[in-house]
Design a protein around this ligand. Structure first.
Ligand code: CA
Length: 367
């Protein structure tokens, strides 16, 4: 990080010069210095990918404007400064001060990290944000990342994702057997137990891998981002719902020493701007997914399919198994999973009679 000292003494000196050069005038002209910061923000996304990739760009612009240039942040897409899979280590080491990505990419560091992105059959974006900011979630996330010298913040959410792209119909569990599918997080282990062959690939490698047959199927995000990657050109069937990612919390990670080197007003600016792009992303996906989906179906001939109920039922059972095992890793993992599940149980009792009951009532009225 580069610090520059900028002196604002000249104006004060000039004003002081209007009067006699007394001691008190010199006191009034004491130089005010502003320390400026130039930071790097690395991402796991292709540069300027809608919503996921534009969120960190927006963060950089907002902080530059609000701080009057005191904190300048340069954003690097995946592969520009570091590879997509290197973001966590690079920010931990201070190679870059900030990273934008998703906690479930770092399950190699701690399997329970996935909980801070999503759990299969877990909470939606609204519920997840409630847990993170008013249900103790953020505090546990910070505890998990503390040994890695990182401070995490929520900085986006995809909302409910799509189950993914397939070149054959999925009519039964048999159809998942041997399927080479790109899928991250705990959903990958669930698919493994269902007989599929999950692989992880960064977003920028999905299209070519599907086109050349390295993989048979993939999930990515939802209509807006999937259309941008051109996945409809290399797969025919588009399945829902995104059981494996009922929301995906996106993270901003900040190197701890770098964060602590900021004056308090810039620390608050970083935290508040993260909250702003967190909500912005939810809004953008909600506002743009439906038109992308219409375009995929009506203009590109994509076949929309819902996963069969018995397939979803089996995936739900396997998800419970996998999450139980993650919880058993160590004491902190158990606390994190218990906290997530307890919050989900409680908020669901409210979601059922508020959002869910309302959606049902609204649909019934339209019939
Ligand atoms: Ca996804």
């Amino acid at each position: 990080m580069k610090h520059t000292l900028v002196a604002f003494a000249f104006l004060a000196l000039a004003m002081g010069g209007c009067t006699t050069d007394t001691g008190s005038d010199r006191d009034a002209s004491v130089a005010t210095t502003v320390e400026t910061f130039e930071w790097k923000l690395i991402t796991t996304w292709p540069k300027n990918l809608p919503a996921l990739g534009t969120a960190p760009e927006r963060l950089a612009v907002l902080i530059d404007e609000m701080s009057a240039g005191q904190l300048k942040i340069k954003v690097y897409g995946a592969g520009e400064l570091t590879g997509a899979t290197e973001v966590f280590d690079a920010v931990s080491a201070g190679t870059a001060e900030m990273g934008h990505g998703a906690a479930y990419y770092w399950v190699g560091k701690a399997p329970v990290a996935a909980v801070f992105t999503t759990l299969p059959f877990g909470m939606n974006a609204q519920e997840m944000n409630a847990r993170l900011h008013f249900g103790g979630g953020l505090e546990l996330w910070r505890e998990l990342y503390e040994p890695f010298n990182l401070i995490p913040m929520a900085a986006g959410n995809s909302g409910v994702q799509m189950a993914g792209w397939f070149n054959k119909e999925i009519n039964s569990l048999e159809d998942l057997k041997g399927l080479k599918m790109r899928i991250p997080g705990l959903g990958a282990e669930v698919m493994n137990r269902a007989g599929a062959a999950p692989v992880y690939l960064p977003g920028g490698e999905i299209f070519t891998s599907l086109q050349t047959g390295v993989i048979d199927a993939t999930e990515w995000v939802g209509p807006l981002n999937d259309q941008t990657l051109g996945l409809h050109e290399v797969a025919k069937y588009y399945y829902y719902p995104g059981w494996h990612e009922p929301s995906a919390a996106i993270e901003l990670i900040v190197n701890k020493e770098a964060f602590e080197s900021l004056p308090i007003h810039l620390q608050r600016m970083v935290e508040t701007t993260a909250r702003a792009i967190n909500q912005d992303m939810v809004d953008e996906f909600n506002a743009r997914n439906f038109s992308s989906l219409r375009s995929l179906v009506e203009e590109h001939g994509v076949e929309l399919r819902k996963l069969p109920a018995d397939v979803l039922q089996r995936l739900r059972e396997l998800s419970d198994e996998v999450i139980d095992e993650v919880a058993g890793t160590d004491e902190l993992s158990q606390r994190i999973v218990d906290s997530y599940r307890n919050f989900q149980r409680e908020i669901q009792s409210w979601s059922d009679i508020s959002e869910y009951a309302y959606f049902q009532a609204r649909d019934a009225e339209g019939d």
